[in-house]
Design a protein around this ligand. Structure first.
Ligand code: N7H
Length: 456
């Protein structure tokens, strides 16, 4: 394994800034590339790198393929980026495989779609207070005003107890990167090349990355691809659907937990199959791998967390180790944050079933990976939007499944294996809708310097 060059890697790739509760994202179109490069040169020291711990503010930067092109990245280097990144997230083929059809389609997106302006740059701003974030944002926007057009400013909203809008604790399961994150249990430890370009992946190979030629040597190394999707959550519909299942109050929460694979407080169904414990000991939040639950009697096969990371679920490979190694080739590092006001301050399911408002809210879903096709797109296509996932018959991901009208009733079951008879939820409506999306590349500091000095 090559050593990790922490001072060259933008910090968000490796760390989540958990103490910086305030965040906003700026999407910009570059009008004057040379002046923008000048700004970048003046501000490169403000970009947060992984060798220091961000205390009160943090800033990171990423580019779309057109953005890199505009800043004079050489053709030779540009061509070596992956096809998915160069084509972008909103092509017809990609929409089909990601489930961005019907009301998820890019034609209806607020940004990143065919009828919205091109995005070149993404600035990701984090702070420990609302005032610090506002100061940071207004400083940046006033400096950049003359040579960029702002396409979007997307704000975020930290929710009670680090939950997301449906009311479940989020950000509990992440892969550990060998050589970076210390407490790596072997099965959850990923080779750095699953996240960082220019490093070896779990199979000992290096994912192709842009390098070579003149000023742009090793341009891709220490960078990572960033997926950004604005996913709107229909929270009221989620809890009302469960409310209509004619069961006791506790049972509605039980059904929702079965859909997620964890209880609202984050306790995994694998360890707590029948009842939510009063407290979740963080040390055991990820201490399970489904190998003792082959039928999904505890955590259903169709649940969100089991299908986005099946861990040691038998996927037909020769042994448990092979299964884990293969699954670990499709992991992502999630960095999303919720946006919009919660339907209820404390996200109480009982209150949310009765609450009545239609304000937009959801998740700004962000994730890093070294290979968009093998990691993010694979999860979305082969696990989330696959009704035949691992022996299922008609079950998409109950939370994320794309259910355009044209698809008819296909995939709208949710199967809960249990004894003596399995339980099936039927006619699950769509709870999450895609409202925007783009693929970015977050370069290393040395790559940013190469860009600043490029004048081909
Ligand atoms: Fe998911 N949710 O609120 O129910 N997710 N997710 N996700 N998700 C997870 O374990 C949610 C989305 C993954 O390793 C938890 O940290 C919502 C996309 C993965 O065990 C909860 C949305 C993709 C994991 C949610 C959403 C993923 C995971 C449990 C959209 C990938 C870790 C907390 C609005 C394509 C699995 C935790 C593991 C966990 C929710 C989106 C992937 C509560 C609401 C688009 C890999």
């Amino acid at each position: 394994m090559q050593p990790i060059n922490f001072s060259n890697i933008q910090s968000l790739i490796l760390y989540a800034y958990k103490d910086l509760h305030h965040a906003a994202y700026l999407m910009l179109h570059i009008e004057h590339p040379d002046l923008f490069k000048q700004w970048l040169d003046d501000n490169i020291g403000n970009i947060t790198t992984s060798n220091t711990r961000a205390k009160s503010v943090a800033l990171n930067i990423a580019f779309t393929a057109p953005g890199l092109h505009k800043l004079n990245l050489s053709q030779h280097t540009y061509q070596q980026f992956s096809r998915e990144f160069k084509e972008g997230i909103a092509t017809n083929k990609r929409s089909q495989l990601l489930g961005d059809e019907g009301n998820n389609a890019p034609e209806g997106w607020n940004w990143g779609g065919p009828s919205t302006p091109d995005i070149d740059v993404l600035l990701l701003c984090y702070a420990d207070s609302g005032a610090a974030l506002e100061a940071q944002m207004s400083h940046i926007t006033s400096e950049l005003e003359a040579y960029t057009t702002q396409i979007q400013q997307l704000n975020t909203q930290a929710l009670f107890d680090r939950k997301e809008h449906f009311g479940f604790k989020d950000g509990l399961a992440q892969p550990n990167i060998a050589g970076v994150h210390s407490k790596a249990e072997e099965s959850n430890s990923l080779a750095p090349g699953e996240l960082l370009l220019g490093q070896e992946s779990g199979y000992g190979t290096t994912t192709p990355f842009p390098h070579g030629e003149n000023n742009f040597s090793d341009f891709g190394k220490d960078g990572s691809y960033l997926v950004f999707r604005q996913l709107e959550q229909d929270v009221k519909r989620f809890w009302q659907y469960l409310d209509q299942q004619n069961t006791e109050e506790d049972n509605k929460i039980y059904l929702a937990a079965k859909m997620v694979g964890r209880w609202p407080n984050g306790a995994p169904l694998s360890l707590f199959p029948t009842k939510e414990p009063d407290h979740l000991n963080p040390a055991i939040a990820n201490n399970f791998d489904y190998s003792d639950d082959p039928q999904g009697n505890h955590c259903p096969m169709a649940s969100h967390i089991r299908r986005t990371n099946p861990r040691a679920t038998d996927l037909g490979l020769s042994d448990k180790k092979d299964n884990i190694a293969s699954v670990n080739h499709h992991r992502i590092m999630r960095r999303g944050r919720p946006y919009g006001k919660p339907l209820h301050k404390y996200l109480s399911p009982t209150a949310m079933m009765k609450a009545d408002d239609t304000e937009p809210r959801g998740l700004h879903f962000l994730c890093f990976n070294a290979d968009l096709a093998r990691q993010f797109e694979f999860i979305q296509q082969t696990w989330v939007n696959n009704e035949k996932f691992n022996g299922l018959y008609n079950d998409l991901d109950p939370l994320l499944g794309s259910r355009p009208k044209e698809r008819g009733p296909s995939g709208d079951d949710f199967t809960i294996p249990q004894k003596p008879m399995r339980h099936k939820l039927k006619s699950i409506p769509q709870f999450v809708t895609t409202k925007g999306g783009a693929y970015f590349f977050m370069p290393s500091i040395s790559a940013l310097k190469q860009l600043i000095n490029s004048n081909e």
